[in-house]
Design a protein around this ligand. Structure first.
Ligand SMILES: Cc1cc2nc3c(=O)[nH]c(=O)nc-3n(C[C@H](O)[C@H](O)[C@H](O)COP(=O)(O)OP(=O)(O)OC[C@H]3O[C@@H](n4cnc5c(N)ncnc54)[C@H](O)[C@@H]3O)c2cc1C
Length: 337
């Protein structure tokens, strides 16, 4: 029944988990298409340029393909190349730079609406991650062009005063990289200390750079306003104005709840605003519509990551094909970014 716009299953999101789902579905003889609003593995494309994964390569593998790397931990570029090779090796039908907007129709006869048209499908797997909606500071000036929620690399900031907001791994790594590249870095942290989740191989480096004054750190401090060239902060003692040519607000991300609503997926009233899904099958309140990967955790974005989210693929594909659920490895500890 496959035509250019009619599939048994459509996967929304060409991230590692979306690709894993498409592979498992296709291997069970169902027609599948992967739709992404951006590039292949768009979130990883957006990660810091020289980013090193926390996970070792075998924990990021999908479809049973080995992920060889020269180092102990893969770099962003290694992962980009790996997932591209896997997608091509499996001949996965991809529709990139096409944004899903909503889902109409009935179970078994759904119509997926995108910015480029409509597609017919029996089932949908939503693997849209969390990287597209940053947690905002909600202060005046946040929309100015020298404020970003995404850090790439330090070289535009040599000799410049740069503010990094946040206390977790992403902020810690960005602050260290910026300082080493010659930026004048101030780390602004809302709480009294760095997050416990900062990795053991990153923490001492940052603590020592703060101790020697190479990175300034303001704890118990929040930004109250951003203007071109400077910011206002509220500290324990008194308000201050700090020079700031650029602000990296690395305060985390959240799933796109407006998209989930447009797909007809309910949200639970828990603190994590968990999108409703059966934990055994990952099917949502909308029959034939499944969640996979990071999006399953709602605001708890460290609950599911590549290492453990990739296993959703076989569970969902088995359910779609009417097969017994596979036995999964033990649940892994959350990764904090
Ligand atoms: C800096 C950093 C380091 C990390 N390191 C690790 C690590 O070492 N190990 C690990 O396991 N995890 C790590 N993670 C987490 C991991 O990257 C994510 O958990 C992973 O990307 C989740 O995969 P996913 O397929 O669920 O979602 P994503 O990779 O985020 O993919 C979601 C896709 O959905 C697409 N999409 C969203 N909305 C739409 C729409 N409306 N229409 C069409 N497409 C849409 C997006 O463009 C995107 O390509 C790290 C994350 C970050 C930020």
């Amino acid at each position: 029944m496959t035509t250019d716009s009619s599939f048994d299953v459509i996967v929304i999101g060409a991230g590692p988990v979306g690709l894993a789902c498409a592979i498992e579905v296709q291997r069970r003889g169902l027609s599948v298409c992967v739709v992404d609003k951006g590039a292949l593995v768009n979130s990883i494309v957006g990660y810091p340029t020289n980013m090193e994964f926390f996970s070792t390569p075998e924990l990021l593998e999908i479809g049973g393909y080995p992920f060889p790397t020269s180092g102990y931990k893969p770099l962003r570029e290694d992962a980009l190349d790996y997932y591209r090779r896997v997608a091509f090796a499996e001949n996965l039908p991809l529709r990139l730079y096409e944004r899903v907007l909503s889902l109409e129709g009935e179970p078994g006869a759904y119509e997926l609406h995108t910015n480029l048209g409509r597609m017919q499908t029996q089932s949908v797997i939503v693997a849209t991650g969390f990287f597209d909606v940053p947690n905002k500071l909600n202060v005046p000036g946040e929309e100015l062009p020298h404020v970003s929620h995404y850090y790439k690399e330090p070289y535009a900031h040599v000799g410049q005063p740069v503010i990094v907001v946040g206390a977790k791994n992403s902020s810690a790594k960005a602050a260290l990289q910026l300082a080493r590249a010659g930026a004048d870095v101030t780390l602004v942290v809302r709480g009294p200390a760095l997050a416990d989740s900062v990795k053991y191989w990153i923490r001492p480096d940052l603590v020592n750079r703060i101790a020697e004054g190479r990175i300034k750190a303001l704890f118990n401090t929040t930004i109250s306003a951003i203007r071109p060239g400077e910011i206002d902060v509220v500290t324990e003692n008194a308000p201050q104005t700090l020079p700031a040519s650029f602000i990296y607000a690395l305060t985390g991300y959240r799933p796109d709840y407006s998209l989930l609503a447009a797909l007809g997926i309910d949200t639970q009233p828990d603190a994590a605003r968990t999108p409703w899904h059966d934990p055994e099958t990952f099917e949502t309140n909308r029959p034939g519509v499944y969640l996979a990967g990071t999006v399953c955790g709602g605001l708890n974005t460290s609950r599911w990551f590549i290492e453990n989210g990739r296993y959703h693929a076989a569970v969902i594909a088995a359910h779609l094909a009417g097969q017994a659920a596979p036995i999964l490895p033990p649940v892994l500890q959350p990764v904090q970014l």
